[in-house]
Write a protein that binds this ligand. Structure first.
Ligand code: NAD
Length: 294
């Protein structure tokens, strides 16, 4: 049994042996070579991203969203500084000076953690979602410097026109993120505004965002600083590793003690994680992605 964080890279494919259990993030639907290699190696692949609870939540994705959500404000605050080409605004302001205005698009895990961090800094925060139930919940738990707002085109245009920092945190499961901020809408924002599109791994909710890396995390379009790192938790591996293993360890222990067959037959959550077994794809979404039998 091999436990990893990221999927095996090409040089590791030949090292994987028949019937070896590999427990890691795979994201098979985004890599055909990886899918074919794992079938060929006859490995048993249990993917973190498809382990699913009965309430349809994804317990092994949550920790990374928590890290990215909290980190988005730390990064946003940094890029608002003048030497980083931001507006030169301190997130929390100081006595006698207004704090920054932060708009968070999406009130799921990433958005909630981002809003909480921004509020803790003392910023003036607006969090937007399309789910009224979610907005009600957020309104109950957030501090007074967080306002909830229905996400629609009119409200988004209004909110970003005054924003200093915009966080993209929407997710439509199984689909590309909707472009809530189009290229044209960048003109509504003032130069030096920072956008951190956490949803960039699903195509991004800001049209002008394309994935960047920690080595070169930002670019500027129409005066707007874009931060679009697709693997944000990778910059804080100490925290991320502990957060991830807190969530994976109980599953890993079941797999190690019982073997994958027994563990998956006794635990529906783990069974949902099974993507490849006995040389075949056993997860519908992955088989459909590559037109392969399952
Ligand atoms: P989530 O499912 O918990 O939350 C998504 C929220 O978006 C939901 O509350 C949903 O109602 C809302 N939403 C959907 N359509 C909307 C719209 N039009 N306007 C406003 N809100 C809308 O998802 P999450 O765990 O918070 O993840 C958010 C994104 O962050 C995902 O794309 C995820 O892959 C990504 N992510 C990126 C990194 C990274 O390093 N870049 C790390 C972790 C997660």
């Amino acid at each position: 049994m091999i436990i990893k964080v990221k999927e095996p890279i090409a040089s590791e494919y030949p090292l994987i042996k028949k019937d070896q259990l590999v427990f890691t993030y795979f994201h098979f639907a985004s890599s055909e070579p990886l899918t074919k290699a794992m079938i060929e190696r006859d490995a048993i692949c249990l993917a973190y991203e498809t382990v699913e609870k009965t309430d349809r939540s994804l317990p092994l994705l949550v920790p990374m969203s928590e890290v990215a959500g909290r980190m988005s404000i730390q990064e946003g605050a940094k890029y608002l500084e003048k030497p980083m080409q931001g507006k030169g605004i301190l997130l929390g302001g100081v006595p006698g000076v207004n704090p920054a205005k932060v708009v968070v698009l999406g009130g799921g895990i990433v958005g909630t953690q981002a809003a909480k961090m921004a509020a803790g800094f003392g910023a003036n925060v607006t969090i937007m979602d399309v789910s009224l139930a979610r907005l009600r919940y957020l309104s109950d738990i957030m501090p007074p410097n967080v306002t909830t707002l229905m996400s629609n085109h009119y409200n988004i245009c209004d909110a970003i026109a005054n924003a200093d920092l915009v966080i993209g945190a929407v997710l439509i499961p199984g689909a590309k993120a909707p472009h809530l901020i189009t290229k044209d809408m960048l003109k509504l924002m003032s130069p030096g505004t920072v956008v951190v599109d956490v949803a960039v791994d699903q195509g991004g909710c800001i049209e002008t965002c394309t994935p960047t890396t920690h080595e070169n995390p930002t670019f500027i379009i129409d005066g707007i600083v874009h931060y679009c790192v697709a693997n944000m938790p990778g910059a804080v591996p100490y925290t991320s590793t502990l957060a991830l293993t807190n969530a994976t360890l109980p599953y890993a222990i079941q797999l190690a003690n019982k073997g994958w067959k027994k563990a998956c037959s006794e635990n529906e959550e783990l069974k949902k994680g099974l993507n490849i077994a006995n040389g075949k794809i056993v997860y519908q979404g992955v088989a459909e992605a590559w037109g392969l039998p399952h």
